[in-house]
Design a protein around this ligand. Sequence first.
Ligand code: TPP
Ligand code: MG
Length: 304
Amino acid sequence: MRAEVAAGRREAVEAAAYRIRQHALAMGEVQGQGYVGQALGAADILAAVYADQLTYRAEDPAWDGRDRFLLSTGHYAIGLYAAFAEAGIVPVDELETYGSDGSRLPMSGMSTYTPGMEISGGSLGHGLAIAVGLALGLRARGNAARVLNFLSDGELDEGSTWEAAMGAAHHGLGRLTAVVDINALQADGPTAGVLRTEPVAEKWAACGWHVERVDGNDVGALLAAFDAIAARAEGHGAADGDGHGAPSVILCDTRVGRGVQLLEEREKAHFMRIEEHEWAVCREQLAVGYAGAAAEQAGEKVSP
Ligand SMILES: Cc1ncc(C[n+]2csc(CCOP(=O)(O)OP(=O)(O)O)c2C)c(N)n1
Ligand SMILES: [Mg+2]
């Protein structure tokens, strides 16, 4: 049975996720549109990674001992910039430049522009293969850093993802972790209608991966799954520099727009256009929802 995650630790990550959502709304408002729904949906995952799991130095993002977090979904960059701000890798003030000419924060994630951005991921389906190469290289150099690749459910449509998955298992990349945001959505509509990828867990297992599947908007469940995977990565020779073992995947079922009811219910959710008067509503709904959840957890009665 899995150990319960301590309440204080979970609350710290939930607070980080709340700030990531606030940052994402602020960036979205600058442009009036964008991939805000993905940032809100993935905020709990990004908070678990940057506020709890990842080893890095905010003041030295290129430090060789860092764990590598590869965002293969370039359009999710808005969410990662928000996490970078929360982590102290980019200043909060800089977020308002998002998507503007000359900004270090372009709409699609680019490694040459942004400190901490490991790859340029706009062309989908390449991140996992890059992660495999990176993990092989680190292991060959005796570097015990972990490699995490964040990918979307749309990237499971890509053959290159599955080639990389088989390669990772073949090479026994025990310190490689794939984190899949299963928001059930793609640019052309629901994932189930574009290309049926389920049963996803069975597919990864058949490729030789250790699989965890969780509610990706439940911080406690996320941390427990990440802990289990980190323990496996550690067990796979992190200390002796060997690093052989089955790679791990954490399948995260999330909701687009999570935390802002107006956006959770929006039909066209891949690229959202949000009216000027709606931003204040979004901020208000986010704040009320967060306060309500915190009060509920504290055992207080929340009025409907
Ligand atoms: C190789 C490639 N094919 C197509 C696209 C166009 N494209 C951009 S986002 C996207 C949707 C991919 O699915 P997912 O990331 O799950 O979408 P979301 O959950 O963000 O709506 C597509 C097809 C691309 N960027 N790269
Ligand atoms: Mg998707």
